[in-house]
Design a protein around this ligand. Structure first.
Ligand code: AMP
Ligand code: TRP
Length: 333
């Protein structure tokens, strides 16, 4: 089946192994299938829902593009562009915010997590963030959205918004209802310091994540210091239930090497963590180091990165402009 793919990544710096294994790795295989039409967006409008330093934001936008390309997304085959450049995104988000219901947004768990205890101080943008995400997706008649597990609820909201718009304005099939593409296993990579918390850019300790720009020594050091428990590696999946760190590290290894968890449980059963960690470090160095080196090289080629964004803008803008024009007609503007 020919798929229309759309996904976004926030340019908030520190792209990490969770972003890679949960999302970007999947972008690359979708990009490699010639039947697919892929659009990958650097979502800077989403990034400013929390405070960003303007100079850093500009650098982080380029770094996100560099990460896409270094990971294997071909800018000739896929559209890579910057959300704020295509004006239809913010405009559609406004229109969809008049379709989405407060009750729906009130259920979003990511807002609750990100806003923390003092919700009154969170930006309005952080609250309506999933509506902008729906606009991103729906403007491109997207059929499939590859994301990590944490975005599943936002995708469901996007489907609800699309359906309500189509019903309210009696335009059946105007917005296509997108399907999430979430990897069955290892779709949620956890912190190296706490197997019950998601690996995240915003975690203060750098030791909690492998950044995609880490060098060999940093990778090895972080794995050496990664939290484990005191038991040898388990002999079956059942035992992993109460051992979040062992589960996470074995999951990372399986995902990196494209091998099954069962096979790795068998291979490492009864071994000490120190032995397993050597293999894990090696797998990480093999996969992440070439990407890290390529990102650093590309960051010196600002003109090339800006050209990718300009080219992507032209293509994305053409698609989105047509769709927003029809939205205007439907709404009665
Ligand atoms: P963000 O950096 O929040 O824009 O996320 C970009 C993509 O990475 C999204 O598809 C997320 O679902 C995915 N992602 C972020 N953190 C993780 C994680 N710890 N495990 C798996 N996927 C993740
Ligand atoms: N909200 C997503 C995240 O934080 C990023 C995002 C924005 C996105 N727009 C999107 C993902 C559209 C998929 C499709 O990870």
């Amino acid at each position: 089946m020919n798929k229309k793919i759309f996904s976004g990544v926030q340019p908030t710096g520190n792209l990490h192994l969770g972003n890679y294994l949960g999302a970007i790795k999947n972008f690359v295989s979708l990009n490699n299938d010639k039947k697919n039409k892929c659009v990958f967006c650097v979502v800077d409008l989403h990034a400013i829902t929390t405070k960003q330093d303007p100079k850093e934001l500009k650098n982080n936008i380029r770094e996100t593009v560099a990460t896409f390309v270094a990971s294997g997304i071909d800018p000739k085959r896929s559209i890579i562009f910057n959300q704020s450049q295509v004006k239809a995104h913010s405009e559609t988000a406004w229109i969809l915010s008049c379709v989405a219901r407060m009750g729906w947004l009130n259920r979003m768990t990511q807002f609750k997590e990100k806003a923390g205890k003092d919700k009154e101080k969170a930006s309005v943008g952080l609250y309506s963030y999933p509506v902008l995400m729906a606009a991103d997706i729906l403007l491109y008649d997207t059929s499939h959205v590859p994301v990590g597990e944490d975005q599943k609820q936002h995708l469901e909201l996007c489907r609800d918004i699309a359906q309500k718009f189509n019903n309210d304005f009696e335009v059946i099939d105007f917005f296509k209802i997108p399907e999430p593409l979430i990897q069955k296993e290892f779709s949620r990579i956890m912190s190296l310091k706490d197997g019950s918390r998601k690996m995240s850019k915003s975690e203060p300790s750098d030791l909690s994540r492998i950044n995609l720009t880490d060098d060999k020594d940093q990778i090895i050091n972080k794995i050496k210091k990664a939290k484990t428990d005191i038991f040898p590696l388990p002999s079956n999946k059942e035992e992993l239930k109460d051992r979040p760190e062992a589960k996470n590290l074995l999951g990372i290894f399986s995902s990196l090497t494209n091998t099954s968890l069962d096979k790795n449980i068998n291979n490492f059963s009864g071994k000490n963590f120190s032995e397993f960690k050597e293999d894990l470090s090696q797998a990480l160095v093999d996969k992440i180091l070439p990407i890290s080196n390529e990102i650093k090289k590309l960051l010196n080629e600002k003109k090339y990165l800006d050209e990718i964004l300009l080219n992507g803008y032209e293509k994305a803008n053409e698609i989105a402009s047509k769709k927003i024009k029809k939205i205007h007609e439907i709404v009665g503007f």
